[in-house]
Design a protein around this ligand. Structure first.
Ligand SMILES: Nc1ncnc2c1ncn2[C@@H]1O[C@H](COP(=O)(O)OP(=O)(O)OP(=O)(O)O)[C@@H](O)[C@H]1O
Length: 298
């Protein structure tokens, strides 16, 4: 199988009311990546997803998947979208299996009668997100995190190679977040492109290889450690993020360097020398804290 590609080339989108949501947005991704899509409210993240899904048509530029136009990729069931929970009408009487089965519609004929292969794909997908035991439950009766897992199962059942996730961790507990991240990593290993919109800046360096920073256009894209710099994030978020300057720590001894924290939430991102990330993951940080405690005791 040739390598998967997603090319967003000079994409501009204006809505019918004349509002230009995206202007000249360009980035390129190759298979085997988890990429964060990061920007303030209204910066065009959903519009970008809609362009990749073919729901809105750019008035300039184009999205190409494996070098082909979006409508071809959609026919090949290559792209799946995992929505925010609020976008869905939960009163609609469907159960967990029905939702996962929707991922198979593209592979069925117009009567939509599931065959053995469709049922197997649905079972395997629900097992993978640990929702098989809930298969008969009405979708409206699930928690936010469970709903997200079911929509992820729909994308898996479809066999999509490009998976777009809209704020997958909002309202989700830490255990579910970790389970979703583990699954996304498996999909990355199998060569998929995972594009995740998120407001949770602190979690981006933990699990995203790449980042697209947007504010009505692509401000920067590339490897996380290159893009997630203080300068770029300040450009993307301006005054929305708060800055704290610590000359010394009140919690523990630190090495005497001034630490600046840029945050919009309780999991701040810490920058060190030259505006680069101070640490990449929680485990790494916890390890350092433990080491210091042991040194203190010793
Ligand atoms: N159907 C529409 N008609 C007109 N304007 C729209 C439409 N959908 C979105 N917009 C506008 O386009 C801009 C980009 O919206 P979009 O939903 O893409 O942003 P977003 O980055 O996904 O925001 P959020 O983080 O709040 O979900 C916003 O100013 C929004 O008001």
């Amino acid at each position: 199988m040739s390598e998967l590609t997603l090319d967003v080339e000079s994409v501009s989108v204006a809505y019918s009311n004349g509002h230009r949501a995206l202007h000249d947005a360009t980035f390129h991704l190759k298979g085997g990546t988890i990429c964060a899509l990061v920007g303030v409210n209204g910066s065009g993240k959903s519009t970008l997803f809609k362009s990749i899904m073919g729901f809105v048509r750019p008035d300039r530029g184009a999205v190409r998947i494996n070098g082909k136009p979006v409508h071809v990729a959609l026919k090949e069931n290559l792209v799946a979208y995992v929505p925010q929970s609020e976008e869905v009408d939960w009163q609609f009487p469907v159960n967990v299996t029905d939702v996962a089965m929707m991922g198979r519609y593209g592979a069925m004929n117009f009567l939509r009668i599931p065959r053995a292969a469709d049922k197997l794909a649905v079972e395997q997908s629900l097992q993978r997100v640990s929702m098989w035991d809930f298969r008969e439950r009405q979708i409206g009766e699930l928690s936010g995190g469970q709903k997200k897992r079911v929509f992820l199962a729909r994308a898996l059942a479809q066999g999509a190679r490009i998976i777009l996730l809209d704020e997958p961790f909002t309202g989700v507990d830490v255990k579910t977040e970790e389970a979703i991240i583990a699954l996304l990593r498996e999909l990355r290993e199998s060569g998929c492109i995972i594009l995740v919109s998120t407001h949770n800046l602190g979690s981006v360096p933990e699990f995203c290889d790449q980042v697209v920073l947007i504010n009505r256009t692509v401000l920067a894209y590339g490897d996380t450690h290159e893009v997630f710099t203080e300068k770029n994030l300040t450009k993307a978020f301006g005054g929305v993020l708060r800055q704290f300057h610590f000359e010394e720590s009140t919690i523990q001894d630190h090495d005497g360097r001034a630490v600046r924290v840029l945050t919009d939430d309780e999991r701040p991102l810490v920058f060190g020398k030259d505006g680069h990330l101070e640490y990449k993951d929680r485990q790494g940080r916890e390890h350092i804290v433990k080491q210091r405690e042991e040194e203190d005791e010793g």
